[in-house]
Design a protein around this ligand. Structure first.
Ligand SMILES: NC(=O)c1ccc[n+]([C@@H]2O[C@H](COP(=O)([O-])OP(=O)(O)OC[C@H]3O[C@@H](n4cnc5c(N)ncnc54)[C@H](O)[C@@H]3O)[C@@H](O)[C@H]2O)c1
Ligand SMILES: N[C@H](CO)Cc1c[nH]c[nH+]1
Ligand SMILES: [Zn+2]
Length: 428
């Protein structure tokens, strides 16, 4: 891993190090555009031919229905079933706690304003399945969608080699009472949910992480459909000092590196000595990983940032705005107020990022590519809209009328003024 020293870098150099751009970004953009246009024009036929091209499978059906999902789900080993059940409970508990009704507010006597939440009626969930099938993502998206009360939940995930989904995905589908899982991956799945095809219903909002094609497609369809956020290749920034445990930090860096060759794991560290111990551990642990090649490529795409102290480390972290921030230090409490940009934060040496990936309860669908500067991770809020309401009593109308009439006149909008005056006249 290349080592940089924060205080030696110019603003321009820091900006470049924080950018997640990759040399073939333009190629991904144009291929994605082509895929979206093809799905728009050719619907299901385009989806079937992409399944052949990208997933090496000739599909006889574009979906698996509820009955078949229930049959496949029975193959799940009991240990995995109970791990999914525990994760389900924790994720459900944390997300259910986010459902809150807001108070009505009287802004002036007789003028009452409030907001009420309504679920987005039709949502589309993308469950990644290219380099690894992620039933955990199905839990992370399906549970809040159900709690929020979304009526129609469309689920897309790439097909397996047998033209079906695996038993973990099928089991989660049965837990969530999902009608169908569509066997479509990549940019084509996003296009299908954005515009609809003969088989796949058009939705109002698309959720879920994915590779660069999926994430680029979500960005490109935004003129027709809402999206949760850009949630692309996984990334982590670990901020470590001399109280960090090198083997733990190395394991955390590798956990995100094994997701994909374009993942990034950044070590921000207060001493050269700790940096070297951690790098050594990364090299050792890497050799034992089954996904060694993927993780090696991601580590080659990563780096170490040396900082003078933890607060300078936080300054860099806020610039980088990581999807995951791990504070590998005993002094994590005092750093919390300094965090301004991060998707999800893991505090202290005993809190591995994998806990949040699977089972602690927080959501693992999080903004990448520095979008943590402006977006939050998925939560109940992502699946609802908030509608504002207002009611004016007689007193309220009298109290507000003068202000509205003067402002309407100032804007030259006579009809706006009339809408108040006509009511006021009736009252006098
Ligand atoms: N940010 C988050 O919250 C979060 C959460 C979980 C996973 N992730 C990320 O999701 C990603 C999952 O990626 P994945 O690839 O394993 O699965 P994926 O399901 O996102 O993508 C697989 C699909 O990509 C398409 N594809 C593959 N190569 C293509 C090409 N050359 N041209 C066009 N389309 C192509 C295929 O249709 C394939 O079915 C990883 O990068 C992981 O780090 C992010
Ligand atoms: N780390 C991923 C989010 O970037 C989520 C995940 C799913 N499975 C394992 N990890
Ligand atoms: Zn992960």
């Amino acid at each position: 891993m290349k080592i940089y020293n924060f205080k030696d870098l110019t603003q321009q150099e820091l900006k470049k190090l924080c950018s997640r751009s990759i040399s073939d970004d333009n190629l991904v953009k144009s291929r994605t555009e082509e895929i979206i246009n093809n799905v728009k024009s050719n619907g299901d036929n385009a989806l079937l031919s992409y399944a052949q091209q990208f997933d090496n499978i000739e599909l006889s059906s574009l979906f698996i229905d509820k009955n078949e999902l229930a049959k496949i789900a029975k193959q799940i080993p009991s240990s995995v079933k109970s791990a999914i059940d525990t994760a389900y409970q924790n994720i459900h508990t944390f997300h259910a706690s986010q459902l809150k009704q807001e108070d009505k507010v009287e802004t002036m006597p007789g003028v009452t304003c409030w907001r009420e939440a309504r679920a987005i009626e039709r949502v589309g969930l993308y469950i990644p399945g290219g380099t690894a099938v992620l039933p955990s993502t199905f839990l992370m998206l399906g549970i809040p969608a159900k709690i929020a009360g979304c009526k129609e939940i469309v689920v897309c995930s790439p097909p397996q080699q047998d033209g079906k989904v695996n038993c973990y995905i099928a089991y989660v589908a049965t837990l969530l009472n999902i009608e169908k899982v569509y066997l479509v991956g990549g940019a084509q799945a996003v296009a299908a949910m954005a515009y609809g095809t003969e088989s796949i219903p058009q939705v109002y909002k698309i959720f879920g992480p994915g590779n660069r094609y999926v994430t680029e497609a979500k960005k490109q369809v935004q003129n027709s459909v809402a999206i949760d956020m850009p949630a692309g290749p996984s990334e982590v920034l670990v901020l470590a000092d001399d109280t960090a445990i090198p083997s733990y930090v190395a394991a955390d860096l590798l956990a995100q590196a094994e997701h994909g060759t374009d993942s990034q794991s950044i070590l921000t560290v207060t001493s050269n000595d700790t940096a070297n111990k951690i790098i050594q551990e990364v090299e050792t642990q890497l050799l034992a990983l089954p996904r060694k090649d993927i993780a090696t490529a991601a580590i080659a795409n990563s780096y170490v940032m040396l900082v003078d102290d933890l607060s300078q480390g936080m300054e860099f972290s806020n610039l980088y705005a990581p999807e995951h921030l791990i504070l590998a230090t005993e002094k994590h409490e005092v750093l919390i107020p300094l965090i301004s940009n991060a998707g999800s934060v893991f505090l202290g040496n005993l809190t591995p990022e994998s806990a949040g990936d699977y089972a602690s309860g927080t959501n693992h669908t999080l903004p990448t590519s520095a979008f943590a500067k402006a977006y939050s991770g998925v939560s109940i809020d992502t699946f609802i809209k908030k509608i504002t309401f207002q009611h004016l009593s007689v007193n309220g109308l009298k109290n507000i009328s003068n202000t509205v009439e003067i402002l309407a006149e100032a804007e030259g909008l006579q009809a706006h003024k009339n809408a108040v005056s006509i009511r006021l006249k009736e009252l006098s």
